[in-house]
Design a protein around this ligand. Structure first.
Ligand SMILES: Nc1ncnc2c1ncn2[C@@H]1O[C@H](COP(=O)(O)OP(=O)(O)O)[C@@H](O)[C@H]1O
Ligand SMILES: [Mg+2]
Length: 277
């Protein structure tokens, strides 16, 4: 099972260690409903996410993955427990724009060019036009979309649209990137390509990523840690260290180490199901 929060002091220097990027304790969330049958989406969730980690949340549909991501992003309020984001409340972290959020669907405005979509959050922040454009171009280049700045979203493939929405999240220069099944709707070949691209992007930027998926292979390929969640109400069943080398190519999926981690994730998911049978 997941170990409790690591000590806040660095043993070697005695200096206080930086706050974890995310720390949740006994987190619960109950959605009220119109028919008076409240839905418990999260129950007693304890989770610590360290800086620089790539953490995947995996679990069956409806288990509370999106809810947990939305709580981190201050888009939902927990009904119990505590959560901090970089040592702050989620609201403070949101106001300081410490995270970027990539939604399940690319959510690009069809009447804006790709570049102007990426510039939009910067516009809302009041960043001057020249800087907005420079940042948008830099991030579009990072996701491999140089040359597509003036296209409209509907002129791009699904994979390219999702890359544009990752560029939009990166344009805010967040420490933390929250991604909710960004590649769920894409074909397998495109998804493989984007997984490879994302792992390179994560390594080169040093960001912390929290990534929702229900693909075991995707979780093992991308993550340093995998959080296995139970069917509703979402609880954490296991946190699996994914100690493959940080530098990964797609062939790593053929290795025995990869298979062993995937097996453990599958077992965790099975265990969760038997509780509710
Ligand atoms: N706004 C809401 N009101 C009521 N129930 C909700 C709301 N949002 C999600 N739920 C319910 O909470 C549970 C968890 O949802 P969600 O976090 O979206 O799961 P996942 O992302 O793992 O599929 C589901 O049963 C879902 O129907
Ligand atoms: Mg979801």
């Amino acid at each position: 099972m997941h170990s409790p929060s690591p000590s806040r002091t660095n043993g070697a220097t005695g200096q206080p260690a930086p706050a974890p990027i995310v720390e949740a304790r006994s987190l619960s969330l109950v959605y009220p409903t119109a028919d008076n049958r409240p839905v418990t989406a999260l129950s007693e969730v304890d989770l610590t996410i360290a800086r620089g980690d790539f953490v995947s949340l995996i679990g069956p549909s409806g288990c509370g993955k999106t809810t947990l991501l939305r709580v981190i992003a201050d888009l939902e309020q927990p009904t119990g427990g505590r959560i901090t984001v970089e040592g702050l409340t989620p609201e403070q972290a949101r106001l300081k724009r410490l995270y970027g959020y990539v939604f399940q669907a690319p959510a690009l405005y069809p009447w804006r060019t790709v570049e102007r979509n990426v510039m939009l959050p910067l516009e809302i922040m009041g960043i001057p036009r020249a800087e907005r454009q420079a940042r948008a171009r830099e991030e579009l280049q990072r996701v491999g979309l140089s040359g597509f700045e003036r296209k409209f979203p509907w002129q791009l493939s699904g994979g390219m649209q999702q890359r544009a929405s990752i560029a939009r999240a990166l344009a805010l220069k967040p420490d933390l990137l929250l991604m909710d099944e960004p590649f769920g709707a894409l074909d397998e070949i495109t998804r493989d390509h984007l997984n490879l691209h994302l792992t390179q992007l994560w390594r080169s930027t040093g960001k912390t990523c929290v990534f929702v998926t229900h693909s075991i292979a995707e979780a093992v390929f991308l993550s340093t840690r995998i959080v296995v969640m139970s069917p509703r109400p979402g609880r954490i069943l296991d946190v699996i260290d994914c100690d493959l080398p940080r530098e990964r190519t797609l062939d790593i999926r053929e290795s025995p180490e990869f298979a062993a981690i995937a097996h453990r994730v599958r077992d965790g998911l099975k265990e969760g199901h038997s509780y509710d049978d």
